[in-house]
Ligand binder design. Structure first.
Ligand code: CP
Length: 345
């Protein structure tokens, strides 16, 4: 007999639900089997039922994680997760590590700068070498768009894209969707404005795909130099003035100005950028009453967002985004592991 309570979204009874490995495995078996892909490379790998089920599972993990001493689960006991980050990270790297440990996995976080990459070993050789040690999942961040997809074709383990160039950051989109759903109850029908440097943002591309899939209206707001011309085909409304773009929105998602990815001067100065595009109290007042503020981090305070707004917990969901990162990544790691081994039991 199934140990999960029903196919209803877990959030409706999450206060009463004590998630354990068996309940999580049942939910995955009932609603995430088969998981749409062998790897998690893009938000577009999901479909609406899988996205809702992943969010329900992550929601239950989020409640579990709030216990004073969360009991370790054993969904990944005896399995190994390797974090391979060729770009810097605070949130993503550490939350994948915590998530894997909460599921009972062994975790290796490769110090890329101190690895044989520094002697010239290639990306593929590095991944193939690590794959020979039989990890379950390789979590990869790389500056080149398509890097995670390339590695997924070279290794036998599952690959999770932790950010590839300006292409995709699918677990960020999942944690953002979880944060929004917990704040508003549901995502369908909300209007979300993604503001700023869309051109260089994998976070924007992943969120556009997932939030649209879940029924939100997505707006892109920014200077024409930072909104790609292809955006017209992404199914979003595009605005080049903050007042119009923020008018009546439920969620204002600010993006980091990615100066390191810019070729040439796309903005006059960071000071002028803040004046026109930085989120402060005055601009936030153009959004709907009760609107919430998000930012994937790391923030450039005083450039794309004012500290006064970012640190106001009555409007800012930024710390909750970080918290939900662990739960969302637990859901992805558990679902991929079940896809690979669910039939073993
Ligand atoms: N949001 C995000 O990807 O942050 P990190 O670069 O710190 O991982």
């Amino acid at each position: 007999m199934s140990r999960s309570l029903s196919l209803k979204p877990l959030r409706f009874y999450s206060a009463a639900l004590m998630i354990d490995s068996a309940v999580a495995a049942d939910l995955i078996a009932e609603r995430l089997t088969p998981f749409p892909t062998d790897h998690f490379l893009s938000a577009t790998d999901l479909n609406p039922p899988a996205a809702h089920a992943l969010l329900d599972l992550a929601d239950a993990f989020a409640e579990h994680n709030r216990a004073p001493s969360p009991r370790p689960l054993d969904l990944m006991a005896g399995r190994t997760v390797v974090n391979l980050f060729f770009e810097n990270s605070t949130r993503t790297s550490s939350s994948f590590e915590i998530a894997a440990k909460r599921l009972g996995a062994d975790v290796v976080t490769m110090p890329v700068q101190a690895s044989s990459v520094a002697k010239g070993e290639t990306l593929i050789d590095t991944a193939v070498t690590l794959n020979a040690m039989a990890p379950e999942i390789l979590v990869v961040r790389h500056g080149a768009s398509g890097a995670a997809h390339l590695l997924s074709q070279k290794v036998g383990c599952a690959v999770v894209n932790a950010g590839d160039g300006r292409h995709q950051h699918p677990t960020q989109a999942l944690l953002d969707a979880l944060t929004i759903r917990r704040a508003f109850g549901e995502i369908g029908g909300l209007t979300v404005a993604i503001c700023g440097d869309v051109a260089h943002s994998r976070v924007a591309r992943s969120n556009i795909a997932l939030l649209s899939m879940l029924g939100a209206r997505v707006r892109l707001v920014g200077p024409s130099t930072l909104i790609p011309s292809a955006a017209a085909r992404w199914g979003c409304d595009v605005f080049h003035h903050m007042r119009e773009g923020l008018a009546g929105v439920d969620v204002v998602m600010m993006l980091r100005l990615q100066l390191e990815r810019m070729e040439g001067a796309l903005i006059p100065s960071t000071r002028e950028y803040f004046r026109f595009w930085g989120l402060d109290r005055e601009k936030l007042a153009w959004a709907a009453p009760g609107a919430k503020v998000m930012h994937p981090g790391p923030m450039n305070r005083g450039v794309e967002i004012d500290s006064d707004v970012a640190d106001d917990l009555s409007v800012s969901l930024i710390q909750q985004q970080v918290e939900m990162g662990v739960a969302a990544r637990m859901a992805v790691l558990a679902a991929l592991t079940e896809r690979r081994h669910g039939g073993d039991r």
